[in-house]
Design a protein around this ligand. Structure first.
Ligand code: S3P
Length: 435
């Protein structure tokens, strides 16, 4: 729907990546881990259910407040039934790592979107560690992992910039004798490293003069239970940042936004485009940098986005494309091949969606080139055009809902249910601030 200005203050829910990891590591630490600010989205609930199926106690005590009693590294039980991963790539790939060094057999399945996503990228290093896999064609779900015990420590250089692959190998390394090493030529989100250290694992990170990171984890680790406060998710905040920038008259404060440098690329790029974003009250929450963001409507300018920044905003490109569609001039993005294997092919899904909403977009192999309106509202989907196709992808649904706020006729989205995987209160918050 076209909207009035966005005003007021909102607080976005907990970070999805950190929420998954707090439940997984809590489930491996003997004793009680307390988590506050946990994201209660479907993806994280899939992780919680899986850890329960493998013997941990994972209980909700109050809103965002959870208690986890872990079984200890090496003591995961074989689940009695296949694990339903729903829409969640993070649950699947990280848990594949975890079970790979346990003497159990685990079967994973998921929804239509997850069943299309490549798992070969984790099967390869985990096979080197000794685990055996039976997967559907193309190394996809459903698949079965037979864990190795003992597993073999490896040194693995990441062929793709992927925090999920890095984390899968490190989590397998937890129950592997000796030192498991991951070499990361391009830095990706480092929540696993931070949290593993917080839980008492012996983990060191060396960064060479070229920025290549070598992460070493000593296996047969003993994890100690923790109290964790999950900061707000910058990936969820991104939709509201873009909304406030593109809707005239907006002045919105988004509190408690995680600004880990491996995640904060979107703020930098939007500022390069002329976005007025002020960081207030910088502080640390749960070992992560956090601030409140004050965002004011801005006349955005198209830019060429440096592909080197992509890993630090890999989930925010759909929202950025919407900002670009309202900017003055042309925005060029390149080096985004990874976007084609997310919950949907986000390059083609966003090209189709924005075109339907009246934006001028050209799709390339590895990105989008977008000619912005210079601030004039998009036409919107209207009656004749039909609805935007979201392909079971929460971020396409939310991005296009935001685009609708800066359109004449509104944007119709075919399926809003996937929003519940990462941001169940998205629609309620949007209603609250858009007057
Ligand atoms: C995530 C890593 C990223 C990201 C995903 C969450 C994580 O995936 O897109 O939403 O929590 O480790 P890749 O590792 O495939 O880039």
């Amino acid at each position: 729907m076209p909207s009035g200005p966005l005003r007021g203050t909102i607080r976005v829910p907990g970070d999805k990546s950190i929420s998954h990891r707090s439940i997984m590591l809590g489930a491996l630490a003997v004793g009680e881990t307390r988590v506050t600010g946990l994201l209660e989205g479907e993806d994280v609930l899939s992780t919680a259910a899986a850890m329960r199926a493998m013997g941990a106690s994972v209980e909700r005590i109050g809103e965002g407040e959870w208690s986890v009693h872990g079984v200890g590294v090496g003591a995961l039980l074989q689940p009695e039934a296949p694990l339903d991963m729903g829409n969640s790539g993070t649950s699947t790939r990280l848990l594949m790592g975890l079970v790979s060094s346990h003497a159990i057999e685990t079967r994973f399945f998921g929804d239509a979107s997850l069943s299309k996503r490549p798992m070969g990228r984790v099967i390869e290093p985990l096979s080197q560690m000794g685990a055996a896999f039976e997967a559907a064609e193309g190394d996809r779900l459903p698949l079965t992992v037979r864990g190795a015990n003992p597993a073999v420590p490896i040194t693995y250089r990441l062929p793709v910039a992927s925090a999920q692959v890095k984390s899968a190998v490190l989590l397998a390394g937890l129950n592997t004798p000796g030192v498991t090493t991951v070499i990361e030529p391009v830095p990706t989100r480092d929540h696993s490293e931070r949290m593993l250290r917080g839980f008492g694992a012996e983990l060191e990170v060396e960064i060479d003069s070229e920025g290549v990171r070598t992460i070493r984890l000593r296996g047969e680790a003993e994890l100690k239970p923790q109290t964790i406060e999950v900061p707000g998710d910058p990936s969820s905040a991104a939709f509201f940042i873009v909304a406030a920038l593109i809707v005239p008259g907006s002045e919105l404060t988004i509190s408690n936004v995680g600004l880990n440098p491996t995640r904060a690329g979107i703020v930098e790029v939007l500022r390069q485009m002329g976005g007025d974003i002020t960081e207030l009250n910088p502080r640390e929450v749960g070992g992560e940098p956090v601030a409140d963001l004050l965002v004011r409507h801005s006349a955005l300018m198209g830019i060429e986005v440096d592909p080197a920044i992509a890993p630090s905003m890999i989930d925010e490109f759909p929202a950025l494309f919407v900002a670009a569609a309202l900017a003055e001039g042309t925005t060029v993005t390149t080096g985004l091949e990874e976007l084609r294997v997310k919950e949907s092919d986000r390059i083609s899904a966003m090209a189709a969606a924005l075109t339907l909403a009246g934006a001028r977009v050209a799709e390339t192999e590895d990105g989008l080139t977008i000619h912005g309106t210079g601030g004039e509202a998009l036409a919107g989907t209207g009656q004749a055009g039909g609805a935007v196709v979201t392909h079971l992808d929460h971020r396409i649904a939310m991005s296009m809902a935001i685009a609708g706020l800066a359109s004449k006729a509104g944007v119709e989205v075919d399926d809003t249910r996937p929003i519940a995987t990462s941001f169940p209160v998205f629609e309620a918050l949007l209603e609250e601030v858009s007057g």
